[in-house]
Design a binder for this molecule. Structure first.
Ligand SMILES: Cc1cc2nc3c(=O)[nH]c(=O)nc-3n(C[C@H](O)[C@H](O)[C@H](O)COP(=O)(O)O)c2cc1C
Length: 280
């Protein structure tokens, strides 16, 4: 299925489909199962320095646990995205640096969780955001991604410009498409006037192709992935479907995406990224 392979932030991925952070990716056994089931990148559960028992959604065994799994997987040439949470700027910097040292390919800063909003408050001001990103950038050499919250007090344009200026290569954005979207996927045409369809689409439009957009949220099928790609995503992350269906969900979505691409005579998923048009 070479059709679904893609370059994201300069990293070659065997598939544009991957798990979302946290979905079956907190324990070594789960991670190895995902690796065996799918050839795409693996995204680790968000981790902090010493591990967390609460909140439940961020329960993790700490960065050293993920460093050792990264060591195992890089030896097998698996592409890895490490995900960072923290309760302070210093913790973000430390954890990102430790994952970078463990040679993960991409470090994703989870700025989307309430836990981070309540402690680090990265979006409290533009200066605050700049400070945290600048410090992580200064201390790491890896490709950086930022998972942004669905709602932010700043325009996507301003955030996209900041990311570009700080060499943040990837924005992980909400795939919050309208429920009543009418789309003809053969023609890549959405009914109605030109408009922004989702946060992922907004970031794509503002990034002038200098940012890789990853769409997360509601990706349950190859068709969902295809539409996310049309609206500008270079890759998609799968959470709930993976929880419900098990590791096989990633391969299924990848195969479905591959079939739709073949059906429409596309040799590569990169041909359709951001090509959505409007009928109105
Ligand atoms: C069980 C579970 C654990 C999650 N843990 C994390 C996490 O550690 N870090 C993170 O950035 N997102 C986490 N998420 C959010 C997912 O990465 C994703 O953004 C969300 O589930 C939306 O995608 P979906 O609609 O496919 O479920 C978690 C989601 C689930 C279901």
């Amino acid at each position: 299925m070479e059709r679904t392979s893609i370059r994201l932030g300069g990293v070659e991925l065997a598939s544009s489909v991957m798990n979302a952070s946290g979905a079956r990716s907190a324990e070594r056994g789960e991670i190895l199962e995902l690796c065996a089931a799918h050839r795409g990148a693996i995204v680790f559960k968000s981790c902090n320095r010493a591990g967390l028992d609460t909140p439940e959604n961020l329960k993790n065994r700490g960065v050293e646990y993920f460093q050792s799994i990264a060591g195992e997987l890089t030896a097998r040439n698996k592409k890895i995205i490490g995900s960072v949470v923290g309760a302070s700027e210093e913790e973000f910097v430390d954890v990102a640096r430790m994952l970078d040292r463990a040679r993960v390919n991409i470090v994703e800063l989870n700025l989307a969780d309430d836990y981070v909003t309540k402690s680090v408050a990265p979006f409290a001001s533009f200066e605050r955001l700049k400070s945290i990103l600048g410090r992580v950038r200064g201390e790491t050499g890896c490709v950086l991604a930022v998972k942004v919250p669905p709602r932010m007090p700043f325009e996507p344009r301003a955030i996209a410009d900041l990311f570009k200026s700080m060499r943040i290569a990837i924005a992980v954005c909400a795939n919050d498409l309208p429920k009543d979207l009418v789309i003809d996927i053969a023609r890549a045409k959405v009914e109605g006037p030109p408009r922004t369809l989702s946060q992922a689409h907004a970031f794509f439009k503002e990034s002038e192709n200098l940012l890789g957009v990853v769409a997360v949220g509601g990706i349950n099928s190859g068709r969902d992935a295809y539409i996310a790609h049309l609206t500008g995503a270079k890759a998609v992350q799968v959470g709930s479907a993976l929880m419900k269906e098990g590791a096989g969900a990633l391969g299924r979505i990848d195969r479905e995406l591959d079939s739709i691409l073949a059906e429409h005579d596309h040799k590569s998923v990169s041909e359709i990224v951001g090509t959505v048009r409007f009928s109105g």
